[in-house]
Design a protein around this ligand. Structure first.
Ligand SMILES: *Cc1c(COP(=O)(O)O)cnc(C)c1O
Length: 356
């Protein structure tokens, strides 16, 4: 028998979560964001499970090309666009759309135009201050893009820094609208948080990331309350049980002391599987379907859990680290991070099992 850990991917969750976004933004095309190997879920798997997607958005050119080769015929967008002019013929050949976010990309389109025009998303910086033209540079950039003949279509794009928080999108929308006043082109603005919370951002095309995978983009609203179902469940089993006396400590660094005699379960899952090493004592875990908590430091291949609420647990008892029955967002919050990071960090050594 092999090590009992695996990530279970529930294929039906993608369609269900996609439908939640469609209902929230009924007039918009919904691009499914599949960067970082579909947030750890497998880009080819998500594409297969989601033929109804209006399109896909990713960062990695090879993943985009593979989607085409798999037969996906609708839109594919590169969120960071191209990095060198040599990629432009590939974009043209496979009809892959590109974001155009900087002067250097514009110049490459002017100097080394692709063999056929490509679909362009002109990205405007409305306050994130990572990618995009400053608002006052947006119209000159648009005019150059229109003049160079390399754009088959142009969509205006921005990305919100605070769509998930109390600041919202008001300031960014004001900047976007001021920067593009009088321009009548399609727009793509919303990420998951804006899809679910800010209808005024929906426009022609939205970009659905984290919610597609069944986690929440918000700190204060659960995935379940949004109608989202987890696609990934990280499952393992107990591989050892220790009965320890009061005052005994558990794990590296002796960070947990038993207040009384207790049973400790050892789970085949550690930070080398993608479980966050920062998860402190008290991070929730399901053993035999019963909620309990970690006790002791996360190590490379194992975590240790308090079996007090599950007296019948023994070697082989099933464990859920996150997913069905235990929201990834809760585990992430304990570890001081977000569900995004845990999904993306799922380690290659963890086998993936698909379920319907
Ligand atoms: C990752 C990304 C998204 C998706 O964001 P979520 O919060 O996961 O929905 C949308 N747009 C851009 C530009 C991105 O990089």
């Amino acid at each position: 028998m092999s090590r009992p850990i695996h990530a279970e991917i529930r294929l039906a969750a993608f369609g269900r979560n996609y439908a939640v976004a469609k209902r929230a933004a009924p007039g918009s095309r919904v691009l499914a964001v599949v960067k970082a190997n579909a947030y750890g879920h497998g880009i080819a798997r998500v594409a297969r499970a989601l033929p109804q997607a209006d399109g896909f958005a990713t960062l990695e050119l090879d993943g985009a090309v593979r989607l085409r080769e798999q037969g996906f015929a609708k839109e594919i967008l590169l969120l960071e666009g191209f990095f060198e002019a040599g990629e432009l013929p590939v974009l043209a050949h496979h009809r892959i759309a590109t974001s155009v976010h900087c002067e250097e990309q514009l110049r490459m389109l002017e100097v080394n135009p692709p063999p056929a025009p490509v679909d362009c998303y002109l990205k405007i910086n409305t306050g994130m201050n990572r990618l995009g033209f400053m608002p006052e540079a947006a119209i000159p950039a648009l005019e150059r893009l229109q003049a160079c003949g390399a754009a088959r279509s142009i969509t205006l794009m921005t990305h919100f820094a605070t769509a998930d928080g109390p600041e919202g999108v008001h300031e960014a929308m004001n900047r976007f609208e001021a920067a593009t006043r009088g321009v009548s082109l399609p727009r793509s603005l919303a990420n998951s948080a804006a899809i679910l919370a800010h209808p005024r951002t929906h426009a022609e095309t939205v970009r659905l990331g984290i919610a597609l995978y069944g986690a929440t983009p918000f700190a204060d609203r659960s995935a379940e309350s949004l109608g989202l179902a987890p696609a990934m469940t990280l499952r393992s089993r107990l591989i050892s049980v220790q009965d320890i006396g009061p005052g005994e400590h558990v794990g590296y660094g002796a960070t947990f002391f038993a207040p009384h005699a207790m049973r400790i379960g050892v789970v085949a899952c550690g930070y080398a599987d993608g479980y966050p090493r920062h998860a402190p004592n008290g991070t929730p875990v399901l053993v035999d379907g019963v909620r309990t908590v970690t006790a002791g430091r996360v190590s490379m291949d194992m975590i240790t859990v308090d079996l007090t609420p599950v007296p019948a647990a023994r070697i082989g008892s099933p464990v859920v680290l996150w997913g069905e029955g235990l929201p990834i967002d809760e585990v992430a919050a304990h570890a001081g991070t977000v569900g995004y990071e845990l999904m993306c960090a799922l380690a290659p050594r963890v086998p993936v099992v698909e379920v319907a």
